[in-house]
Design a protein around this ligand. Structure first.
Ligand SMILES: *Cc1c(COP(=O)(O)O)cnc(C)c1O
Length: 361
């Protein structure tokens, strides 16, 4: 008989009774999308939870990045990280700009000491990911951006609940984008957020996400369908109601893995002291690709799916100019994310840890 399947992640399953109360009201109103009352309630709940004003819900985390690039009218070279999900790079290319990669450091985020060397007269912005819910060196990036008059977008897809200097990390940069995809810590099945630093950018985002409409029969520039539905908002509100318990379980599970794996020969990403992370993933970096593949297989033999996040390194995609990124390429070839999700049991963490430790010996 095959062993119980343990995936790398599982979506948080929202409470059906709470969800049904929203759904009953949606069915009663027969209003399913187009900035309905549940979506507006969701946006208000998010603003109050995050203590942020200039926030819009959109269809997903990828369109959030694309709208962010449009809203800041970026055209040219955008400095970015090679270590992220592909949507970070592909959105730059999709919007007609050129990604210029800068290597990462032991936080697995863009190395701020290498950014200035990559700036040219065509550089317009920095698009950096807070990888695995751990903050970039925002202070350093802000200084560089100010000095060179560059815009900053943070791909904060992994970061719901992460704080920087005690505040929501979504409040930094000209724009922060968020994914609310089912695999993320907090989700609305599909969904995303755009958080803008100031009112004028926020206003532009409002038109961009809704076809440019500034009235039923009038338009303010080009726009796209970046909206989300009442059903997604209902799921989002229900999940948001359980945020404290979601964050608490991730932290507890992380500490338990730390305890179980304290003797293991691998590295973990460094976390900046300004950052209070959300522990959304459990990445471990082995000494070699050979060891990584050995551990991956040992887990697979027990029906446990770890994942090579992120592999390949984005500077090796076939639609970008290839530049060597030694740190990112090394990490990318030797990293695994171990299973972590709200309903993961201690027994299953112990099982994962034992297989990892055995594979290292
Ligand atoms: C998930 C993810 C995205 C894309 O979000 P979607 O909501 O799936 O479109 C973008 N960037 C990063 C870093 C991600 O992990």
């Amino acid at each position: 008989m095959s062993e119980e399947f343990i995936p790398v992640t599982k979506p948080f399953v929202p409470n059906r009774d709470v969800l049904n109360s929203y759904m009953d009201a949606i069915w009663e109103r027969e209003w399913f999308t187009n900035n309905g009352p549940v979506l507006q309630e969701y946006e208000e709940a998010l603003k109050s939870n995050l203590q942020l004003e200039n926030l819009y819900v959109v269809g997903n985390g990828t369109i959030a990045i694309q709208i962010a690039i449009k809203a800041l009218k970026l055209q040219g070279e955008i400095i970015t990280t090679p270590f992220s999900y592909v949507a970070t790079t592909s959105s730059i290319v999709w919007e007609g700009s050129t990604p210029v990669f800068v290597d990462i450091d032991d936080t697995l985020n863009i190395d701020p000491t290498k950014i200035e060397k990559a700036i040219t007269e065509n550089t317009v912005a920095i698009l950096a990911t807070h990888c695995f819910g751990n903050a970039c060196d925002i202070n350093a990036i802000e200084k560089i951006a100010e000095k060179h008059n560059l815009r900053v977008i943070y791909d904060a897809a992994h970061c719901f609940g992460t704080k920087y200097n005690g505040k929501s990390i979504f409040g930094f940069g000209d724009i922060s984008t968020v994914s609310l995809h089912a695999t993320k810590l907090v989700h609305s099945i599909e969904g995303g957020l755009i958080v803008s630093k100031d009112e004028s950018i926020h206003e532009r985002v409002r038109f961009l996400r809704n076809f440019g409409h500034n009235g039923p029969e009038s338009f303010s520039g080009v726009g796209i369908n970046g909206k989300n539905s009442e059903l997604h908002a209902a799921v989002g509100l229900t999940v948001l109601g359980e945020l404290d318990s979601i964050l608490a379980s991730r932290k507890e599970q992380t500490e338990y893995y730390n305890h179980l794996l304290q003797s293991a020969a691998f590295e973990r990403p460094r976390i900046l002291e300004e950052c209070e992370p959300n522990y959304s993933y459990y990445p471990v970096i082995f000494n070699s690709e050979e060891q990584t593949l050995k551990t991956l297989q040992a887990l697979a033999d027990h029906n446990i799916l770890a994942r090579r996040y992120f592999h390949p390194s984005l500077n090796t995609l076939d639609y970008v100019d290839h530049t060597e990124m030694p740190y990112a390429q090394r990490v990318s070839s030797s990293i695994l994310c171990l299973p972590i999700y709200h309903s993961l049991t201690k027994e299953n963490q112990e099982k994962v840890a034992k297989i990892v430790l055995d594979s290292l010996s």
